[in-house]
Write a protein that binds this ligand. Structure first.
Ligand code: NDP
Length: 449
């Protein structure tokens, strides 16, 4: 008989927590999970999934405009009904939440829909006051949007609230130049709002290849999205008519009907009781873990955004799988963090895998670069002047493809398949040896000379 109430207690039922719970349970462990909000976590409830659905919704703005060139008569301007999209998206979120809950139930994972805090190396305490013991505790509580430290910052929203707006703002200011800022800029712009992105530095999407992110910037500007760079937040004021005046950098203040902060997400460790158990934290409150996801306390593990390694859902899921297989399945393995593909669902979307040109040059002294800069045929017929850009970074000596970066329609869909080749360490010659699939955009990958 075990000394503990559970073999595994998971805090947080997001993508990582649910995967770890169900896999550990399938390996025979007695598992419980606590969730203070909704089963599904950031990705399902207020992140990737509803965001992607809004991206689809926003894209109709361009598709409906382009339709006439393809022979369809669509009244212009078209009417857009935000509450209808908002509510259908929320219905879908609720459906998925149900599926995640069902997965836990099917695997006999006990659910506690309340906050749990750590009160010892093998103990959690629920909001109700109930104490539970567990052989292993897994922390999968994710991250939380950061707000700047300036007067009036409480007047802004974050992506958490963006999915539930009563009505669409006419003028939107988005703080930050990263994933969320650029994705929501495309979303609100598509719905007809005027968008200004404000960033503290002189760039957007710092981790992406320079040429690709420059192309996004250029296309975004040509669509009518405004940018203010080197513009740290000073203060935000509420006007008499309820609108906001956003003071940034040295220029004129920006009037706005909505201000959204997208300046990063910090590990959600505040008030979790980690100090009581002696769990060591790193920068921004991230839980420090080893390659097996184990914290400084041997019975406490952590996966996903709360560890601030790579803040991406599929990575959290892999960490969860590795954790559960290693600890409960007698199948030890670790996550391989090399060549993780990622995408920004901007308009148009962009994606990348492997080394950027700069990273390759820093690492190998030089790099062979191949690019294809083209106007997708659909854009040509639509008389849309947006060009796609694909870029391949190749090892200077052995011909291995070190990185692939792209911006253009369906770039994330194409990149996911191409990432297999990069991950497998294939050479440029292997791409050249592959016959083009014509007519497609993806064929540019095998036609770069
Ligand atoms: P990002 O890390 O992508 O971007 C943060 C932006 O905010 C940067 O432009 C940064 O500026 C700026 N910034 C950072 N700190 C401050 C500060 N203290 N004051 C003012 N500006 C600041 O964060 P996001 O919030 O957009 O997204 C969080 C994470 O969620 C992403 O890193 C990503 O891992 C994940 N995510 C992934 C998505 C996807 O896969 N498609 C979609 C959405 C989120 P600077 O230019 O100086 O770096």
């Amino acid at each position: 008989m075990t000394r503990y109430d559970y073999d595994l207690f998971v805090i947080g039922a997001g993508s990582g927590g649910v995967r770890a719970s169900r896999v550990a349970a399938a390996h025979g462990a007695k598992v419980a999970v606590a969730e203070e909000f909704r089963v599904g976590g950031t990705c399902v409830i207020r992140g990737c999934v509803p965001k992607k659905l809004l991206v689809y919704g926003a894209h109709f703005a361009e598709d409906l405009r382009d339709a006439s060139r393809f022979g369809w008569d669509v009244p212009q301007p078209c009417a857009f009904d935000w509450p209808r999209l908002r509510d259908t998206v929320q219905d879908e979120v609720t459906r998925l939440e149900g599926l995640y809950t069902q997965t836990l139930d099917n695997n006999k994972v006990e659910r506690f829909l309340e906050r749990a805090t750590i009160t010892g190396p093998n103990e959690v305490t629920l909001a109700s006051g109930r104490k539970i013991s567990a052989h292993i505790i897994l922390i999968a509580v994710g991250a939380w949007p950061v707000r700047p430290d300036c007067p009036g910052s409480e007047l802004g929203i974050t992506s958490n609230e963006a999915f539930h707006l009563e009505s669409l703002p006419r003028r939107v200011v988005i703080a930050g130049g990263g994933y969320i800022a650029n994705e929501f800029a495309g979303i609100f712009h598509g719905f007809g709002s005027h968008v200004t992105i404000v960033n503290r530095s002189d760039t957007i999407l710092r981790s992406y290849d320079t040429q690709i992110r420059d192309r996004l910037l250029q296309i975004s500007v040509s669509k009518g999205i405004d940018f203010r760079f080197n513009a740290p937040f000073k203060k935000i004021e509420k006007q008499e008519d309820g609108s906001l005046l956003v003071h940034v950098g040295s220029g004129d203040p920006l009037p706005a009907d909505m201000l959204m902060f997208a300046i990063g997400r910090n590990p959600n460790t505040d008030g979790l009781g980690l100090d009581s158990a002696g769990v060591e934290l790193g920068k921004n409150g991230a839980i420090k873990v080893d390659a097996d996801n184990r914290s400084s306390v041997p019975s406490i593990y952590a996966i996903g955004d709360v560890t601030d390694r790579v803040q991406l859902t599929p990575v959290a899921i892999r960490e969860a799988q590795a954790f559960a297989d290693t600890i409960f399945g007698n199948k030890p393995h670790q996550v391989d963090y090399a060549a993780i593909p990622s995408a920004v669902f901007s308009h148009p979307p962009m994606g990348g895998v492997g080394l950027t040109e700069k990273q390759a040059r820093d690492q190998y002294g030089s790099a062979k670069i191949f690019t294809s800069d083209f106007r997708p045929m659909k854009n040509v017929l639509a008389d849309r002047h947006e060009r796609a850009l694909y870029k391949m970074v190749v090892h200077p000596e052995n011909d291995v493809v070190l990185g692939l970066h792209m911006i253009g329609p369906d770039a994330p869909e194409i990149l996911q398949a191409a990432a297999i080749a990069v991950k497998a360490g294939l050479t440029k010659q292997a791409f050249d040896d592959t016959v083009a699939l014509h007519p497609s955009m993806a064929e540019e990958l095998v036609l770069m000379r």
